[in-house]
Design a protein around this ligand. Sequence first.
Ligand SMILES: Cc1cc2nc3c(=O)[nH]c(=O)nc-3n(C[C@H](O)[C@H](O)[C@H](O)COP(=O)(O)OP(=O)(O)OC[C@H]3O[C@@H](n4cnc5c(N)ncnc54)[C@H](O)[C@@H]3O)c2cc1C
Length: 408
Amino acid sequence: MVSEQSGKETAFRKQVRDWLKTNLPKGWGTPEYHAPERQTEAAQALGEKWTKTCYDAGYAGFGYPKEYGGIVRPDWEIRIIREEFTLCGTPPGPMSQGLLMAGPTILRWGQEWQKKRFLPKILNGEESWCQGFSEPDAGSDLANVRTAAVRDGDDWVVNGQKVWTSNWMFADFGLLVVKTDPAAKRHRNLSYFIFDCTSPGFSRRPLKQMSGESEFGEMFFDNVRIPHKNLLGELNMGWYVALTGLAAERSGGFAVGGRSTARRGWGNMESIVELAKETKHYGKAVWDDPLFRQRIAQFAIQGEAMRANGALQGAMARQGKKIDPNEVSVSKNFSAELRQHSDDMVMEILGAYSQMVEGSPLAVNGGDWVYGMLRWRGATIERGTSEINRNIIAEKILGLPREARGND
Ligand SMILES: Cc1cc2nc3c(=O)[nH]c(=O)nc-3n(C[C@H](O)[C@H](O)[C@H](O)COP(=O)(O)OP(=O)(O)OC[C@H]3O[C@@H](n4cnc5c(N)ncnc54)[C@H](O)[C@@H]3O)c2cc1C
């Protein structure tokens, strides 16, 4: 899957591979490796340590100017680093909301003090973030948020509730979209703040997901004071600030064929091939069944197209070229649906063993495959549902007529 273009590239790839061998947790990628349970302090600590190790070695922190902690490297090096990291399924960093959303939003809209204060610690994994957008009546229709902030001297006083907040448990800071002008028109009545999760009046609690874990939770604001200087972008223009973060978030793809995100990291097609070789249906390896092989090949091709597209967009962004923010809806849907279709095929390969979850002695690979299938059902909901992304593609890219929506 990886094409070599020059001796320089081959040598650099070896350097990255050797570094990974030395620095990955002992036993990583083997059945002997026992990762900390997901969403525990230990898992968080592993993610933080891993992010810092990669950052200190110059293998993370790309796409940001040096003065805000960014690591600058040629595109081809970044591509090779990403490929090698993906191939061995490295431990997940704890900071996806920080790297995926907070970083790009602060870089685009932040005041100088905000960029200097927050970006370096997002990049080196020292501080963790969450995103407080969704509410019980404001998911796809984000403009409908009811959590409100009222100005009081140098502060804003926030009351309300957010829901489905990923990384709710460990976040040090959050991104918050709130109503700041109830009289103004839709999309011109919201503001975007950075809030400190240790603020008095702020509380959070878990929500149980079908995967069995509580990756996301609820957040409550009871007279929480946020300093005015924490405003990101202009007052009452938070909708437009939020669009930056959403586009950045949607641009992060879902890997195909991962066994899980926590135990063995992001997976790759090779892990599906391995499973097909190890698993027998009626005494014959699944890998020898031409129909399965055809499907696996199809996923490999689609996964490779996704990877190439991601590399192209990443390179364009680093070169300062403008990317149509609506195009990320195409890659988001493509990768989320590809992930789910490949999970479905894995369940067919597992057959009756797909009923065995973590904790069962009969669960294949410790239940990681089944966990992955359950967890990534959410892939077509989080970061904007597939339907919403199709609306964006239809209206903004294909120019089809806009559907009527309330008082837009
Ligand atoms: C794993 C996971 C992690 C998440 N993490 C976060 C987070 O960290 N922070 C955060 O703020 N939110 C988070 N979310 C919430 C997520 O953004 C919302 O679930 C999502 O935007 C959909 O909103 P909703 O759940 O309210 O569904 P609704 O908006 O009520 O949608 C219900 C159904 O109606 C469809 N629908 C709605 N409107 C339209 C329309 N106009 N046209 C066609 N179909 C439509 C939707 O596609 C969906 O199928 C997370 C969700 C998941 C699953």
